[in-house]
Design a protein around this ligand. Structure first.
Ligand SMILES: CC(C)(COP(=O)(O)OP(=O)(O)OC[C@H]1O[C@@H](n2cnc3c(N)ncnc32)[C@H](O)[C@@H]1OP(=O)(O)O)[C@@H](O)C(=O)NCCC(=O)NCCS
Length: 185
């Protein structure tokens, strides 16, 4: 049997393109082939400390949590699909899920894509019959626009702190906790 090898040739290069070059954008569940693009997008922002970095192992192991927004470039002969947005719904318990890794490519921002991605995650949460979803964020105005409200993180169950304790920001967290009551809306 062939032993699967890690390909050191795999690359997660952040794609540079202007808004005018981007074709129609669609949102779907993430696939294995999206991981390098997701990693490039997330780590583009993680490098300026606005979100947590995610490497390929984490993304493959949590692939089913993720949705991606993808687009082809106009006038691009290669027909390549680029990941221009992503986010994950991480189920923590029977009554609680978390939005993680939300990112929209800079050239696709302020067009409602971030809000559409969050709406799809909320719908996913509702279909799983999970009554509330929260996030830790620095963009509280964006999440407020999506219907989230600030709440005290002390109310979160210990399972959340287990995840928080893995975070490099654990001792000096500057993120705001926000919650959305899925089944009340
Ligand atoms: C936050 C982010 C996902 C928003 O994506 P987007 O596609 O631009 O969002 P939308 O167009 O749906 O925004 C809707 C509204 O939310 C607000 N908003 C959007 N981005 C915002 C930001 N960075 N800060 C504050 N408010 C913001 C605005 O009111 C916006 O309306 P406007 O474009 O008319 O001003 C995007 O800015 C991003 O990827 N940021 C870097 C990574 C990040 O911070 N992720 C969140 C981790 S929790």
């Amino acid at each position: 049997m062939d032993v699967p090898l890690i390909s050191h040739g795999d690359q997660a290069i952040f794609p540079e393109f202007a808004a005018s070059e981007i074709g129609d954008i669609s949102i779907r569940s993430a696939k294995a082939g999206d991981v390098h693009g997701m990693s490039a997008l997330i780590n583009h922002y993680a490098s300026s400390n606005v979100m947590l970095a995610r490497g390929p192992q984490y993304l493959f192991q949590h692939l089913q949590d993720y949705i991606v927004a993808t687009a082809k470039l106009k006038n691009d002969g290669s027909n390549k699909e680029y990941v221009v947005g992503c986010a994950a719904l991480n189920v923590l318990w029977a009554d609680l899920a978390e939005v993680r890794s939300l990112a929209v490519h800079p050239s696709c921002q302020h067009n409602g894509l971030g809000a559409k991605i969050v709406k799809q995650l909320i719908e996913r949460c509702a279909s799983l019959e999970i009554p509330r979803v929260f996030c830790f964020t620095l963009v509280d105005k964006f999440f407020a626009g999506c219907g989230f409200e600030p709440f005290s993180r002390e109310l979160l169950p210990p399972i959340v702190w287990a995840e928080c304790s893995k975070c490099p920001k654990f001792y000096h967290c500057d993120e705001i906790s926000m919650i959305y009551e899925v089944l009340q809306k």
